[in-house]
Design a protein around this ligand. Sequence first.
Ligand code: URA
Length: 196
Amino acid sequence: MSKNCNTSAVGSDELIKLGIEGITATILECKSCPLHENATNKVIIRGSERPKVLFIGEAPGKNEDENGIPFCGRAGKVLDELIDHMALEENEYAMINTVKCRPPNNRKPTQNELRTCRPFLVAQIALLDPDVIILLGNTAEQAFCVSSLKWGEAVITQEGKHLMKLYHPAALLYRRTLMRQQKEMIDKNKKLWQKI
Ligand code: URA
């Protein structure tokens, strides 16, 4: 992740020392931005704690807020279809979001919300330590503090991870052409997770 990106006062290094359980507890207690005020549940992670592939979404929606589980609604069904297409086993992937609380009316997280929640994102990535990071849409790209990634073209990060941006699953709902393109991008890159 870029070193030039602004971060909030809470340090990701401190969070990393707490481990996965400590981060979860800290997120559950977090009141650092107004998003917590309307959150029914904090939405932290779905999937393996040692994933090959880590998907980073935008923000929890209504279903996720109600259940406390990332991608458990309509966009999640699309993501599940993509995961099947990638032939990933249950223990090979995980999903997290740029922010852990649902923004009102499903609006995009603000720059300030992204910045405030970023140490959690950084610490989750460090502890989950995936081989491949898939940013789902432009907000995830922003939160990751990279820019000008090309859709479906993988790069290597300073930490030696494969990083790729794909369309957000919600953008694929009812858009079969886009879904076909997304699957083609996945096919082009499948050696990244299949060779591991
Ligand atoms: N969209 C997201 O970006 N994340 C979720 O968890 C659900 C929908």
